[in-house]
Design a protein around this ligand. Structure first.
Ligand SMILES: Nc1nc2c(c(=O)[nH]1)N[C@H]1C(S)=C(S)[C@@H](COP(=O)(O)O)O[C@H]1N2
Ligand SMILES: [Mo]
Length: 431
């Protein structure tokens, strides 16, 4: 439970290695003859980020950062997200902006491992279902709508690296604090129905997912990310192939026009810009499935301990966690009472209780906790808090799941900075 590390900022990224920054953010390749000339997909990405076409794009100098993106993140259709930048665009939502029961599209975090496709078009989109199936399918989004039950569900997505910023010793990767989690309402079809239509052959063990984004290296043969899930997880009724978010189009950075939503598992299983799901007779070995990606040691380890790759296991269901979305940390108030509220979720389990403490964990009181609106949705909680007098307080929240497993006070350290579900604390000063 450490300090929020200062974001390095886009400018720092450009200072360290401007060519790499260009490539990571915009897929912009510096040509020796026309240095910095931005075109094609890179231009599309920049236009999508600033929210308009760029009439004078030919004048853009090399290593240029649109002022709209510098400092405070201003991403078209996004509100108040903080850009992290050691990878292709990643942006998280401050906890107090996640106050809504259903996360608005403009506050859903963004985690890109590659260069998003520019101008992804719903009309021409196709999803291939192949591998170990009776009948390989190619389906447009209209086919999905027409041939299968269309369902809507509030589904929690959390990056497995959420909370990595607090690791000590630090872990490489996007330095998420609390805000790589969201629960939007997704509309689409059940992946199970689509796979059944193709006919799942005997011996299928795992799915393999592919999307239309491209690798930051520019190598067309490499996927930025291609993960999968055990076939049983793919066949669960709340694993969706989604074409709408909160009743409207999916945000371009959240995978429009088609994505998977696999609630309760690492966000990385929910392939964005989904073009293909293939079925395999073994655990998928695509990009970010192998080595130590999205894996944790199979046993507790000491902070900083070095381990053999063989000691790592693939992350499945995410652990129990809670977030305080009101008050915002740093809240100052003359009032001795306030209503605290937030969300809690527990992978494939439900949350049984959320308890709050204002005395650094000496005593705890139970918050009022709603059931999930549907399987896979986070649960909302609220509690009235009374402070004994003026001074500095911390509100601590601790959720316990349906199996009696609670959030830890300290991080269960692991080398890649995954699964930090230590309890959330916010500072409140009563004046
Ligand atoms: N095609 C594609 N799908 C992807 C990713 C990506 O980089 N490319 N990132 C994954 C990761 S690591 C996470 S946490 C979620 C984040 O979804 P979001 O960006 O919509 O919040 O998308 C997943 N799906
Ligand atoms: Mo992620």
């Amino acid at each position: 439970m450490g300090e929020t590390p200062a974001s390095r900022g886009l400018h720092a990224l450009y200072r360290e290695d401007p060519d790499r920054a260009d490539r990571l953010l915009f897929g912009r390749v510096t040509h020796p003859d026309r240095r910095g000339f931005l075109k094609g997909a890179g231009l599309g990405v920049m236009a999508a980020l600033v929210g308009a076409s760029i009439p004078f794009h030919r004048n853009i100098p090399e290593h240029f950062i649109p002022v709209a993106l510098a400092g405070e993140a201003v991403i078209r259709g996004k509100d108040g997200l903080v850009v992290l930048n050691d990878r292709p665009l990643s942006a998280e939502t401050p906890a107090h902006l996640l106050d809504d029961a259903i996360t608005p599209r403009e506050r859903h975090f963004i985690r890109n491992n590659g260069i998003p496709p520019a101008g992804a078009d719903a009309a021409g989109w196709t999803l291939a279902i192949d591998g170990l199936v009776e009948t390989p399918l190619k389906l447009g989004i209209d086919d999905l709508r027409r041939k299968f039950d269309v369902v809507t569900a509030a589904l929690t997505l959390e990056c497995a690296g959420n909370g990595r910023a607090f690791f000590d010793p630090p872990a490489d990767g996007a330095q998420w604090t609390y805000g790589a989690v969201a629960c939007s309402e997704w509309t689409g079809v059940r992946l199970a129905d689509v796979l059944k239509a193709a006919g799942v052959k005997a011996g299928v063990v795992y799915t393999a997912h592919e999307g239309a984004d491209t690798h930051p290296s520019g190598d067309a043969g490499r996927h930025p990310i291609s993960r999968g899930v055990p076939i049983a997880k793919a066949m669960e009724p709340n694993t969706l192939v989604a074409f709408a978010q909160n009743g409207g189009p999916i945000h371009p950075m959240n995978g429009a026009p088609l994505r998977l939503v696999v609630p309760g598992w690492p966000g990385s299983c929910s392939q964005k810009w989904l073009t293909r799901v293939w079925l395999r007779d073994r655990v998928h070995d695509g990009a970010k499935m192998i080595g130590t990606a999205y894996r944790v040691p199979g046993r507790p380890v000491a902070p900083g301990e070095r381990l053999d790759e063989a000691a790592f296991v693939i992350i499945g269901a995410m652990p129990v966690k809670s977030l305080i979305t009101h008050p915002a940390t740093g809240h100052r108030t003359p009032s001795r009472t306030l209503e605290a509220r937030g969300h809690a979720w527990a992978g494939e389990r439900t949350v049984e209780s959320v308890r709050l403490s204002i005395d650094f964990g000496a005593t705890w009181t139970e918050a009022a906790l709603d059931p999930p609106v549907n399987a896979g949705a986070w649960q909302n909680w609220r509690a009235s808090i009374a402070f004994p007098g003026p001074g500095y307080y911390e509100i601590w929240a601790r959720a316990t799941d349906s199996e009696g497993v609670g959030q830890p006070h300290a991080i269960a350290w692991n080398p890649k900075g995954y699964l930090n579900n230590a309890l959330h604390r916010v500072a409140v000063t009563v004046v």
